[in-house]
Design a binder for this molecule. Structure first.
Ligand code: HEC
Ligand code: HEC
Length: 438
């Protein structure tokens, strides 16, 4: 892998500081009542570049300008969010205009005396004013603050590709994410938490819509529309009457994303207790020992293969050179690619490897209740290499392998026992040792 040069990295840091300084001025400006500094969304240049590299197409300056215009028509600005009109779709339960107003904009009161600016006050210095994960403090954190624009969330009760439920996001805000910079906002009143959740969804839906429209422009419109003379008819024009079909088509893209959020509540993985606790039964000591052994066998076995990443000793030192999906988009392993992305300027850098969790610590980012660990193992952790055991089941056929609901519970028990288990030797060594003792 070719790493960017020291000079390039230094430049990135300087550039980042410069951008941060501009961001701080932008933050301070509106507080002084100076509307000239209204925050705006910056184009997701890294994603455009990523798609250009993938398709070997060019996203022309004119096309970019069209994209910006469409997006600001649909979503407004971070200070003045618009809830896109999407026909019958119940957008308001995902993004409520009043709640967005409460969370958006500079900290202070609006002309009618209503409080606002919650997001700017509590979140923007890490997650960035636009939710791109590039706030002024981002560079110093590991993991980096989340860039919401991919629409990917990690710690949820729903399957890998699904959106988190309202409860999932609420839990994140109340509990924070242990062992990361993401703090707990337990002290905030319910209505503020609620407004922040709506605003995070707004930033995420806007960001994902942008990505979707970039794809639309690159994949859906060509080559057929090339003949329709794109130079004359502006690509995304939503205003001129004869393009109303296209306007409806674009809104469908946004609608599909909103629908995914609306569907999340129904997708939460229901978790029944393990069979040995059915009907209020108690777990005997012998049974518990058995279960832990079974969980251990699964952990080190071929099907669940937890050991591959979490390591023989479960301290997270198995496969450690992988990246998460946010970093992968900057193609860190493709020689020369990083420099191209770096030249675009504004994002957190360098991409860092995602490390499997050290399971000897008993620290869980997504919550330490048994059901939290169940969801992590069953659904995986979206955006990271941590796979969903449910998918392994589907791929290889549940019957053939015989991994059951109870097996997953046995893994949950075993994972939760790891901080207390004497640190194991690599299994092969230990097995040899056991044989010798017999
Ligand atoms: C001090 C920095 C910091 C602040 C302030 C902060 N966050 Fe975070 N946040 C993070 C980091 C770092 C992560 C990524 C953790 C990870 O990937 O494991 C994160 C992740 C998240 C996630 C993703 C959760 C998931 O399941 O994927 C959400 C949602 C979120 N933050 C919302 C907020 C909101 C809303 C606020 C303000 C009320 C806020 N954050 C303030 C650092 C911060
Ligand atoms: C392909 C690599 C890989 C495999 C296989 C894997 N994990 Fe993970 N696991 C990870 C990574 C990476 C993380 C950290 C993700 C993050 O939070 O960014 C993780 C995190 C976790 C966490 C922490 C959850 C939290 O809330 O902090 C648990 C628990 C866990 N894995 C258990 C398991 C179990 C049990 C298995 C086997 C069924 C397994 N993992 C298989 C890569 C893997």
């Amino acid at each position: 892998m070719e790493l960017p040069t020291r000079k390039a990295m230094k430049l990135s840091v300087i550039r980042h500081w410069f951008v941060s300084a501009v961001a701080v001025v932008a933050l301070a400006g509106p507080m002084a009542g100076c509307s000239r500094n209204e925050a705006t969304f910056n184009r997701n240049e890294a994603y455009v570049k990523n798609q250009e590299r993938l398709t070997k197409e060019t996203f022309s300056a004119e096309r970019k300008a069209d994209l910006d215009e469409v997006l600001s028509g649909l979503f407004g600005t971070p200070d003045r969010p618009i809830v896109p009109a999407l026909g019958d779709i119940d957008v308001a339960s995902v993004m409520d205009a009043t709640k967005l107003h409460f969370a958006a904009g500079p900290v202070g009161r609006d002309e009618r005396g209503r409080a606002r600016g919650l997001y700017r006050e509590h979140c923007a210095h890490c997650h960035g004013v636009t939710g791109d994960g590039g706030g002024p403090t981002a560079l110093f954190l590991n993991p980096y603050p989340r860039d919401y624009r991919r629409g990917t969330f990690k710690f949820k009760s729903t399957p890998r590709q699904s959106k988190p439920t309202h409860e999932d996001l609420k839990r994140i805000l109340i509990e924070g994410i242990p062992d990361t910079a993401m703090p707990s906002f337990r002290a905030l009143p319910d209505n503020e938490i609620d407004a922040l959740i709506h605003y995070v969804r707004y930033l995420s839906i806007r960001g994902e819509s942008e990505r979707s429209l970039v794809q639309y422009a690159l994949f859906e419109l060509e080559p057929a529309d090339e003949e329709a003379n794109i130079e004359e008819e502006r690509l995304f024009d939503l205003t001129s009457g004869n393009r109303s079909d296209r306007a409806a088509e674009l809104r469908e893209y946004v609608g599909a994303i909103v629908q995914k959020w609306l569907g999340a509540e129904a997708e939460a993985t229901a978790v029944a207790p393990p069979s040995w606790l059915a009907n209020g039964a108690e777990l005997s000591h012998e049974r518990e020992v058995e279960l832990l052994k079974h969980g251990r066998d699964l952990f080190y076995g071929k099907v669940a293969a937890c050991v591959k990443c979490h390591g023989d000793s479960a301290i997270g030192d198995g496969q450690t050179t992988d990246y998460d999906d946010w970093a992968k988009e900057l193609e860190p392993t493709v020689p020369g690619a990083l420099d191209e992305y770096l030249a675009l300027g504004r994002f957190v850098f360098p991409p860092r490897n995602v490390r499997p969790r050290n399971l000897r610590m008993g620290h869980y980012r997504g919550g330490r209740k048994p059901v939290d660990i169940y969801w992590r193992i069953f659904n995986g952790i979206d955006g990271t290499p941590m796979p969903a055991l449910s998918e392994v089941l589907k791929q290889e056929g549940e019957e053939k392998i015989g991994v059951t609901h109870d097996d997953i519970w046995a893994l949950v028990y075993y994972v939760r026992s790891l901080p207390y288990e004497s640190i194991s030797q690599p299994v092969a060594v230990e097995a040899a040792y056991q044989r010798e003792r017999q």
